[in-house]
Write a protein that binds this ligand. Structure first.
Ligand SMILES: C[S@@+](CC[C@H](N)C(=O)[O-])C[C@H]1O[C@@H](n2cnc3c(N)ncnc32)[C@H](O)[C@@H]1O
Length: 197
């Protein structure tokens, strides 16, 4: 074995070790949030993603005639929902709140060229939603009661809320879109000038 092949072998082993460690870390933080009763980072995908993007776009198109909206993804993961919208609507403000380190870093890197998008590392239960015009979320059912009570105290009289899969607690929705797989659905809430909360 030549000196060069030893160096190459050591380099390959080093790279494999780093990839292994990063993967293990990623798996641990993703699934440990589940064990701690917070939702793991599972992105909104497929038909649910299309419906949420379409419904949110329709709302933005009809409610932003003369002013910029504040659009918040509560638990933004790595920005699957937030980034396509931030690209489509450069004149609106997009805020992703995420407390898990790796998804936060990844989302922050992905929005580096989007001046209208900000990713904040924070527990969403300590974030104020008073200024939110649009709220998107995909959280666990166990977080719904606390999240709903928080929104009840904080949301504006004109606000649009769009949920992947789990409804707010004891708040009637305006629209439920079933996605025909007996599992996925999207819930929409519009306060639209009256305080339904
Ligand atoms: C199921 S993922 C959804 C990601 C993204 N919103 C989407 O739909 O693609 C939920 C994310 O919310 C984050 N999360 C859960 N509870 C949170 C909390 N209390 N504060 C901040 N982030 C939270 C998790 O770390 C996870 O990345």
């Amino acid at each position: 074995m030549t000196f060069l092949s030893v160096i190459l072998l050591v380099l390959c082993l080093g790279v494999c070790f780093v990839i292994f460690c990063v993967s293990i870390y990623f798996i641990i933080i993703t699934f440990s949030s589940g064990f701690m009763k917070h939702s793991p980072t599972i992105p909104t995908t497929g038909k649910t993603l299309s419906v949420m993007l379409q419904k949110t776009s329709e709302y933005i198109d009809t409610h932003s005639l003369n002013h910029s909206l504040n659009i918040i993804d509560a638990g933004c993961g790595w920005g699957t929902l937030l980034i396509p919208l931030a690209r489509k609507y450069p004149s609106h403000h997009f805020i992703g709140i995420e407390y898990s380190f790796l998804p936060y870093i990844l989302a922050k890197w992905r929005v580096r060229n989007l001046p209208n998008a900000t990713i904040i590392r924070q527990n969403l239960f300590t974030y104020s939603f008073h200024e939110a015009d649009v709220i998107l979320y995909f959280l666990l059912p166990s977080e719904m009661k606390r999240f709903s009570l928080k929104l009840k105290n904080e949301v504006k009289k004109t606000c649009f809320i769009c949920s992947n899969r789990f409804p707010l607690y004891q708040i009637s929705y305006d629209e439920k879109i079933d996605l025909n797989d007996n599992f996925s659905c999207v819930y929409i809430y519009k306060t639209d000038g009256y305080n339904k909360f």
